[in-house]
Ligand binder design. Structure first.
Ligand code: GSH
Length: 232
């Protein structure tokens, strides 16, 4: 059975949602990134980048065992494994889908992640860094809102992997002091996705393991400390 090595974070939930939407059977292997599981040799065999998510498909290309990391690559792989589901078939829809997937991977993920780091997790609060990433988080919401003023879904007229990859980062916007009522088209889109049964099953994966409360020193060390530089 296909294994997803994961944890209940936005990047993990992308893959859980895609698997649920595609109706694929899968087994979750929890990688507790707060406890340092990402540095264990068995996980490093799957991904040299020691970040979740990663998958192991015993029935990969050529019928051989196959490993893959980076969430966008995983979503494209899962689509192709199921005959191209959730990526539009028409060329314009397909490229728009890939465009917005790249926008998530190159923009929303890294910028929101840096906001989390400097505004929520860092011990030293640096006003310049907090301002920089607050501005980026707001700007990226405005870019999404502008797109969703014009089309129903990010790829255009079809719900797709572009929506699945972006939704987990917009879910819980209030954590980044964002009120979705200020971005009405994003809110309309968010609420439509949140209502999908497959999405509800996807975000429930490992939900009981999600980190609650203030970050501990041990977690901070695993996420941002020196361990990551000695893992490889
Ligand atoms: N670009 C990667 C990002 C993966 C990523 O940053 N994962 C985080 C959790 S959301 C992680 O594993 N962090 C563990 C760590 O930093 O040690 C993807 O989209 O798969």
């Amino acid at each position: 059975m296909l294994e997803v090595w994961s944890w209940p974070t936005p990047n993990g939930h992308k893959v859980h949602i895609a698997l649920e939407e595609l109706g694929l059977e899968y087994k979750v292997i929890p990688v507790n990134i707060g406890a340092g599981d990402q540095f264990k040799p068995e996980f490093l065999k799957i991904t040299p980048n020691h970040r979740i998510p990663a998958i192991v498909d015993p029935d990969g290309p050529g019928g051989k065992k196959f490993t893959l990391f980076e969430s966008a690559a995983i979503l494209i792989y899962l689509s192709e494994k199921t005959g191209g589901k959730l990526i539009p078939k028409d060329p314009i829809g397909r490229y728009k889908c890939l465009e917005w997937m790249m926008f998530q991977m190159g923009g929303i993920g890294p910028m929101f992640g840096q906001w989390n780091h400097f505004a929520a997790y860092a011990v030293e609060k640096i006003p310049y860094a907090i301002d920089r990433y607050t501005n980026e988080v707001r700007r990226l919401h405005r870019v999404l809102n502008h797109r969703l003023d014009e089309v129903e879904w990010l790829a255009g007229s079809e719900y797709s992997m572009a929506d699945i990859i972006t939704f987990p980062w917009i879910r819980g916007a209030e954590r980044r002091n964002i009120d979705l009522n200020d971005y009405p088209s994003v809110k309309r889109w968010h609420d439509a996705i949140a209502a999908r049964p497959a999405v509800q099953r996807g975000v429930a994966v490992l939900a009981d393991r999600a980190r609650k409360g203030t970050i501990t020193d041990a977690e901070r060390e695993n996420y941002f400390g020196k361990t990551q530089f000695t893992a490889r």
